[in-house]
Design a protein around this ligand. Structure first.
Ligand code: PMP
Length: 361
C-alpha cells in the first residue's frame, strides 16, 4: 500500500482510509453490475439504493424528524449564499445575518445582490473575527437568522447555537457538519459543501424543513428552487452520483466504525484539546481565536515571524504533516481536524510543534 501521510488540509480534506479502500474495492465492479459507480445511470436501481441509503443515514445521524428533507445540490456552499435569500426571504421582513468572517460575509453580500432587506444583527469584525458574538438581538419578525456554525478561515465556532425566539435558524455547516450532536429543531435549513467533513467536492448537502419549502416562490428558475430538488428526490437532473456515493460511505463509516456522532464529537473534543492545551501552556506559538470561541475543527495559530512560519511549514511537510498553511487571506497556520483526521495525526503534530519550538524558540 502507498504510504499515507497526515493530512490537515482545510478542504478538500482527509477522507477516512476505510472509505478510500471501499471505493477502490468497488471501483471496477459496483455491486455486481460489471461497471463502476461512475458509469451507471442515476436512474438505475443500484444508484437509487445509494441515494436512499445516504438520505436515511444522514436523517438518522442528525436525528432529523419527518419534517426535514435531505437534498443534494451542486454549486458548492457558495451557491447557497444566493439560493437561501431567493427562496426563503419574506416580503417586508428582514433577513438577519451574523457576520463572523469571510464566508458569513459572502452570504451577506449575496443576499444583498438579491435586493433583500438584509440586517446584520451582530459582527465580530471589531476584533478581527476572533470571536463569536454573544449579545445581540434577533429581529423578532426576521424571515430567518443565518449563521456560519464554524468559521473555517478564522478558527472560530458557535459552541452553542443562538436563541432566536422562534425565528428559523439557517446555518452554513460546511466545516463542521457531522462533527457534533445538536438539536436540529430550531433549524429551518442547514447546508454544507461536502468536501471537508462529509465527502468529496462536487455535492452540497441541503437539509430543509417543510415550512421553509412552503416559502419557495414559484417563479424562480427551476434549478434554483429548493422545491425542484425536494419534489424529485434530488434527481430532477443528473445528480453528482459519485460524490453522493462517497458521502454514503463516509456516513456509513461514521455510523458503523465510529459509532455515531456523539462518539465522533468525543474524539473531536480530545483532538482539539490536545492541541489547544499545548498552545495554552507555551509562548512560542499564539492561537488566533479567543478561547471561548475556538473551533474544534480548524485550529489557527501564528509563529513569531514570517520566516519561522516558512521553515515550520517546510519541515512539517518533510515530516509528513501537510496542509498546515493558513488561508491566504489571513496567513499563519491552520490545522484542520475534521472527522477523518486521527488522534494519532494530532499527537504527531503536537510532537512536531513542541520539537520545533524547542529548536527555534
Ligand atoms: N462556507 C464555509 C464555512 C467554507 O469553509 C467554505 C469553503 N472553504 C465555503 C462556504 C465555500 O464553499 P464552496 O467552495 O463549496 O462554495
Amino acid at each position: 500500500m502507498a504510504e499515507r501521510i497526515f493530512n490537515f488540509n482545510a478542504g478538500p480534506a482527509a477522507l477516512p482510509l476505510p472509505v478510500l479502500e471501499e471505493i477502490q474495492q468497488e471501483m471496477l465492479d459496483f455491486k455486481g453490475t460489471g461497471m463502476s459507480i461512475l458509469e451507471i445511470s442515476h436512474r438505475s436501481k443500484p444508484f437509487e439504493s445509494v441515494l436512499d441509503e445516504t438520505i436515511a443515514r444522514i436523517k438518522s445521524l442528525l436525528e432529523l424528524d419527518d419534517r426535514y428533507q435531505v437534498l443534494f445540490l451542486q454549486g458548492g456552499a457558495s451557491l447557497q449564499f444566493c439560493m437561501i435569500p431567493m427562496n426563503l426571504a419574506l416580503p417586508g421582513k428582514p433577513a438577519a445575518y451574523i457576520d463572523t468572517g469571510t464566508w458569513a460575509g459572502n452570504a451577506i453580500k449575496e443576499a444583498r445582490t438579491q435586493g433583500k432587506d438584509v440586517e446584520v444583527s451582530a459582527s465580530s469584525k471589531d476584533r478581527d473575527y476572533t470571536y463569536i458574538p454573544r449579545d445581540f438581538m434577533v429581529p423578532p419578525d426576521a424571515a430567518y437568522l443565518h449563521i456560519t456554525s464554524n468559521n473555517t478561515i478564522r478558527g472560530t465556532q458557535w459552541r452553542e447555537f443562538p436563541e432566536t425566539g422562534g425565528v428559523p435558524l439557517i446555518s452554513d455547516m460546511s466545516s463542521d457538519i457531522f462533527s457534533r450532536t445538536f438539536d436540529p429543531r430550531p433549524f429551518g435549513l442547514m447546508y454544507a459543501g461536502a468536501q471537508k467533513n462529509a465527502g468529496p467536492a462536487g455535492v452540497t448537502l441541503v437539509i430543509i424543513r417543510e415550512d421553509m419549502l412552503a416559502r419557495v416562490p414559484q417563479d424562480l428558475p427551476t434549478m434554483l428552487k429548493y422545491t425542484t430538488f425536494a419534489d424529485n428526490k434530488s434527481m430532477f437532473n443528473t445528480p453528482p452520483c459519485f460524490a453522493i456515493y462517497v458521502v454514503n460511505l463516509v456516513t456509513k463509516w461514521l455510523e458503523k466504525t465510529i459509532g455515531g456522532i456523539a462518539r465522533m464529537e468525543e474524539i473531536n473534543r480530545q483532538k482539539a484539546h490536545l492541541i489547544y492545551d499545548y498552545l495554552d501552556g507555551q509562548d512560542f506559538y499564539s492561537g488566533t481565536a479567543e478561547p471561548d470561541s475556538r473551533s474544534h475543527m480548524n485550529v489557527t495559530f501564528r509563529l513569531p515571524t514570517p520566516a519561522l512560519l516558512e521553515v515550520f511549514l517546510k519541515e512539517a511537510t518533510a515530516g509528513g504533516l501537510v496542509g498546515l498553511k493558513g488561508h491566504r487571506s489571513v496567513g499563519g497556520c491552520r490545522a484542520s481536524l475534521y472527522n477523518a483526521v486521527s488522534i494519532e495525526a494530532v499527537r504527531t503534530l503536537v510532537g512536531f510543534m513542541k520539537e520545533f519550538a524547542t529548536k527555534k524558540g
